[in-house]
Design a protein around this ligand. Sequence first.
Ligand SMILES: N[C@@H](CCC(=O)N[C@@H](CS)C(=O)NCC(=O)O)C(=O)O
Length: 241
Amino acid sequence: MAVELYLDLLSQPCRSVLIFAKKNNIPHEVRNISLMDGEQYGDPFGKISLIRKVPALRDGDFTLTESPAILLYLAQKFQTPEHWYPADLQQRARIDEYLSWQHCAIRLHGSKVFWLKLMIPEVLHVEVPKEKMEAAVEELSGSLKLLEEKFLQDRPFIAGGHISLADLVAIVEVMQPVAAGLDVFGGRPKLNAWRDRVQAAIGKELFDEVHQNILGSQERVKVMDGSKLEFSKAKILNFFM
Ligand SMILES: N[C@@H](CCC(=O)N[C@@H](CS)C(=O)NCC(=O)O)C(=O)O
């Protein structure tokens, strides 16, 4: 039976889940939840997740939230190739370490740059003070430096010689500020070379397909109706500003 994946591809963790499912030929059906239309707050999605965030998974009468948990569930249930989550204790621990670290680091900082640089000024029409923007880029730089110096070091991928769940979760987050027009790869040859390896391991076609929507953000905001986000404007400003 196919698992149901509740996704919006503007969301980084949704992209990692979809890439993983597609790359590993996991039988799945996508249920689109439009965050911009507030569908995460509707009754149908409330039956899947009281957390009201995507991604979410339904497998029969079992539901699951949180992308690392979903990725691990899929990897174990469908016995995906070993390199995604190796049995070796220390390689596995390296992946767990990255998955635990990233929420409050690259994920938080990359999302913040995306909203401050693009969505808040262009869609919510709220001016972002220059110093706030600069501080957000600085925080992101700190996280990217840690990705390079602590998590990658001189390895091709985070857990060693092969792509793992950690690289997948990392690349989708790194792409978020890129979608807002920030050049995160310029001046970072190690990060750049890692991105190329991750893209090649995923397959460029799949990578581009899943990132097409988010990478069109700078064009899309020009025609977006900001009033559609009125329901969550206060929450967004409170969180990022
Ligand atoms: N820790 C969660 C984060 C999920 C999350 O924050 N999802 C965002 C999109 S990236 C969301 O659904 N936001 C909707 C909202 O907060 O209203 C995971 O890794 O899955």
